[in-house]
Design a protein around this ligand. Structure first.
Ligand SMILES: [Fe+2]
Ligand SMILES: [Fe+2]
Length: 287
């Protein structure tokens, strides 16, 4: 029987809520290379989008798997908010992915392949290992979200407004709930060794499936083996400033034994987004 515990050893800032939003982005059509007319940049984001619906279901299942062991009402309320946010993310990315399906990309094949790995993980890993895997992916999404919000021009450049809006909204909610699974993991006695082991396997697996999905899109467009595609990709990911350079230090912080996601307090980015963008895309319930 678990004893009551504090919600977090590093609580989220008090002005940050973990609650889902109803949004409408007006994403009704999509140009094939919607990001700066560049195949790699467009398909990098498309590749991530095709990971989300199933990935987010895995996250939800993993936290539900330990929920009965948690007694802290604050943490239980955060878990409820987390599950609701991730469910909406999956739904919005399904709509985005349907536009890709209409363009002739084989999204079902990508889903089947990802489903195989997800089911295998659920079969082979203990509940705690599954939750540690979710913590690891949540760290990836949190540090990518942070960089996307801090350096919007580098990440989304001249992308259409609807695409900027959907990626920013997802980034904000990933920031709001970035510590929920981590706190749940610690609350059920999850330790450092498993957390790090699962981060190493997640880093390998996340890189593999993202690359596979991006390559699928590039191959369908007939640009997989073009030097210009990979020149652009290298510049986008590894050049200066380069997305990977922007997240690498934050990624390494996860390996510190005392790490907690809210040690990176970037909650002012949430306030800025709320002030500038939230109203425009919010769906207000009918009065
Ligand atoms: Fe999400
Ligand atoms: Fe998330």
């Amino acid at each position: 029987m678990n004893t009551p515990h504090a919600a977090s050893r590093c609580p989220r800032p008090s002005h940050v809520d973990v609650k889902p939003r109803r949004m409408r982005f007006g994403l009704d059509s999509l140009k094939r290379h919607w990001h700066s007319n560049d195949a790699f940049r467009s398909h990098f984001f498309n590749g991530l989008s095709t990971l989300f619906p199933q990935g987010e279901r895995f996250f939800i299942d993993s936290v539900r798997g330990v929920q009965h062991e948690i007694t802290d009402p604050v943490l239980l309320a955060e878990i409820k908010g987390f599950i609701a946010q991730e469910a909406v993310h999956g739904h919005e990315h399904d709509k985005y992915n349907n536009l890709l399906r209409e363009q002739g990309y084989d999204i079902d094949k990508l889903d089947r392949h990802l489903g195989f790995w997800t089911r295998l993980g659920q079969k082979l890993m203990t509940r705690k290992q599954q939750l540690a895997t979710t913590c690891a992916v949540e760290h990836f999404t949190a540090i990518m979200a942070n960089a996307l919000m801090r350096y919007p021009q580098d990440w989304l450049g001249d992308a259409p407004d609807a695409m900027k809006a959907i990626w920013r909204w997802h980034a904000i909610e990933e920031t709001e709930h970035k510590a929920v699974c981590f706190d749940a993991y610690e609350a059920v006695g999850g330790g450092y060794f498993t957390r790090i082991l699962m981060m190493i396997q997640t880093t390998i697996h996340f890189s593999y499936v993202t690359t596979r999905h991006v390559c699928h899109f590039l191959a369908k467009d007939g640009v997989l083996f073009k030097a210009s595609t990979w020149k652009s990709g290298f510049q986008f990911l590894w050049g200066k400033p380069g997305l990977i350079r922007q997240i690498f230090r934050d990624y390494l912080d996860y390996y510190r034994p005392s790490f907690h996601p809210w040690q990176h307090d970037n909650s002012t980015l949430i306030d800025e987004w709320k002030a500038q963008h939230e109203e425009k895309y919010s769906v207000r319930p009918a009065a």
